[in-house]
Design a protein around this ligand. Structure first.
Ligand code: CP
Ligand code: NVA
Length: 305
């Protein structure tokens, strides 16, 4: 049966943990100079309707690193831009490639492509989720802290696609998560309710960044205006002012708390240059780990290894 990665809900706790374990092994093997050919003869189609640096390059590099190849398609260059139905795109692409990596706006685009595709469809970010990023971020936390299940993760900022995928991970894997969001910018309530049902660990929302970080092991943030929300940038700048990760907020967190940011970062908005460039911030490890995690995802979904 073809497995898709539309959101983290598509995989069991054991499967999510095995992506993380495998990515850690692949990272060590790359350092040791081990070469791989698991995906030799395989091709992935990358359909990107939003900009990307990390996700695009790390997926492409992951494919080449496993002996495979990629075809990159920016949204405007395909017939999708001229309203070809998604169900036709999915069936046509399935005849040419062994997997599709999709970055788009609506989650329903990924859902429909997956419904009609006979090859794996991987969500590389939608307005609702960013599942591959959260797997890379959890890998980074495990590297830094040894595990995630005994930790408290804080999210400070917008209840956006990243926040929603963190909530799904907390429910499925089982770890404590507290999100500090301004009123009106909470994460998706259905995703929240479903995750809370899955775990006995608390998953909660507060209006206070200080409360969120007070006993947190990991402090996580993201841009205040995501791709597609550019028109709201000025309004959000005003609303989110007190949700900045800065030295004052970090002084209220435990001394060994680390800071995560999926990048790109807007310095002096959601995070200060001082904190982003400090030893406590692991943003560039997160960025590197995307490549190792994408290898683990691609090999599992395409050749079932
Ligand atoms: N973190 C992340 O998804 O970055 P890109 O938008 O550059 O892919
Ligand atoms: N929330 C951000 C994540 C970017 C990687 C966005 O969707 O633009």
């Amino acid at each position: 049966m073809v497995r898709h990665l539309q959101s983290l809900q598509d995989f069991s706790k054991e499967e999510l943990n095995s992506f993380i374990d495998r990515a850690i092994v692949l990272k060590k093997e790359r350092l040791a100079g081990v070469s791989h050919q698991q995906l030799a003869g395989k091709t992935v189609g990358m359909i990107f309707e939003k900009p990307s640096t990390r996700t695009r390059v790390s997926f492409e590099s992951a494919m080449y690193g496993l002996g495979g190849q990629v075809i990159f398609l920016s949204g405007r260059d395909t017939q999708l831009a001229r309203s070809e139905p998604l169900k036709d795109m999915a069936r046509v692409m399935s005849r040419y490639v062994d997997g599709m990596v999709v970055r788009t706006f609506g989650q329903e685009v990924v859902t429909e492509l997956a419904e009609y595709s006979s090859v794996p469809v991987i969500n590389a970010l939608t307005d609702l989720h960013h599942p591959c990023q959260i797997l890379s971020d959890i890998m980074t936390v495990v590297e830094q802290k040894g595990n995630i299940e005994d930790l408290k993760i804080a999210w400070v900022g917008d209840g956006n696609n990243m926040a929603n995928s963190w909530i799904q991970a907390a429910g499925r894997i089982g770890f404590e998560l507290i999100l500090a969001c301004p009123e009106g910018y909470d994460p998706d309530p259905e995703i929240m309710a479903a995750a809370q049902k899955e775990t006995a660990k608390p998953i909660s929302v507060t209006r206070s960044p200080e409360e969120a970080v007070a006993t947190a092991d990991v402090i996580n943030t993201d841009v205040w205006a995501s791709m597609g929300q550019e028109d709201e940038q000025d309004e959000r700048l005003a609303i989110f002012q007190s949700f900045q990760i800065n030295a004052q907020l970090m002084a209220k967190a435990p001394a060994d708390a680390i800071v995560l940011h999926c990048l790109p970062a807007h310095r002096e908005e959601e995070i200060t240059e001082e904190v982003l460039e400090s030893d406590r911030c692991v943003a560039f490890d997160q960025a590197e780990n995307k490549m190792h995690m994408h290898k683990a995802i691609l090999e599992q979904l395409i050749v079932g290894k």
